[in-house]
Write a protein that binds this ligand. Structure first.
Ligand code: PGA
Length: 263
């Protein structure tokens, strides 16, 4: 839909439930050796370790001056209270977390997160000065039935309800077709671009052209070094949310370096 040179790409590593804090430290250090100053000048990089690793990774990033943004995979939407096992957004903000994934399809499917909960979470993340990475995407059945756009626009409408137009431009939306996550199947470049353009168009209809032009839209779902360049150079794809390929420093660094490879 729109092409903008002002949107900085964001490549995010979602480590899911992998890596204890020793392994996390090793991975972030290895990654810092592979990523160059030029990479960091061109691309924002975030790492999203499990909660138990966040303090360790924060300390490593600060003490070694590693220019990656600290991320989290989830948080609760309440400020505090009797929510056994949950983590408040303010606790993450205090640890220097910048990006928080909200509404990942695994959280929606396996842990019963509804659009309403994701919406509350998006607002709580913003209220705590952090940036949500809001995940949306369709199942294979929905795609085959021709319902991919209605699923995604419905998720956007529900998950961004009552978020201010002025805030939407600075959030991140990750379009992740569920059938492409962890399966090795990637959406075709044409389909990924078309859906990211559709996300931008929906944001324009809901929040206006400025928000749509500014909002960063990631593609996620089996992004690998071999397909990163063609996906990430599409006009409406502003980065990637990477799962499996983020667990190995060399492959994640090669995705971050997509602009050095042939599309
Ligand atoms: P994947 O995961 O890269 O392993 O497909 C992506 C995600 O779940 O965000």
């Amino acid at each position: 839909m729109t092409e903008s040179t002002t949107r900085r790409p964001l490549v995010s590593g979602n480590w899911k439930m992998h890596m204890n804090h020793f392994e996390a430290l090793k991975l972030v250090q290895e990654l810092s050796y592979q990523v160059t100053r030029d990479d960091v000048d061109a691309v924002d990089i975030s790492v999203h370790p499990p909660f138990t690793d966040i303090r360790t990774v924060q300390t490593a990033l600060e003490s070694d001056r590693i220019p990656f943004f600290l991320g989290a995979q989830h948080c609760h939407f309440e400020t505090s209270g009797a929510f056994t096992g949950e983590v408040a957004p303010s606790m993450l903000a205090k640890l220097g977390v910048v990006y928080v994934i909200a509404g990942h399809s695994e959280r929606r499917e396996l842990f019963g997160e509804s659009d309403e909960m994701v919406n509350a979470k998006v607002k709580a993340i913003i209220a705590n000065g952090m940036t949500p990475i809001l995940c949306v995407g369709e199942t294979l059945e929905e795609r085959e039935a021709g319902d991919a756009e209605s699923k995604v626009s419905g998720q956007l409408k529900a998950c961004l309800a009552k978020v201010k137009s002025t805030e939407v431009g600075s959030i991140v939306i990750a379009y992740e077709p569920i059938w492409a996550i962890g399966t090795g199947k990637t959406a075709s470049v044409e389909d990924a671009q078309a859906m990211c353009a559709f996300v931008r168009q929906t944001v324009a209809e809901m929040f206006g052209a400025d928000a749509a032009n500014e909002v960063r839209i990631q593609y996620g779902g089996s992004v690998k070094p071999v397909n990163a360049a063609e996906l990430l150079t599409q006009p409406d794809i502003d980065g990637a949310l990477v799962g499996g390929a983020a667990l190995e420093a060399e492959s994640f660094a090669r995705i971050v370096q997509y602009r050095l490879h042939d599309a």
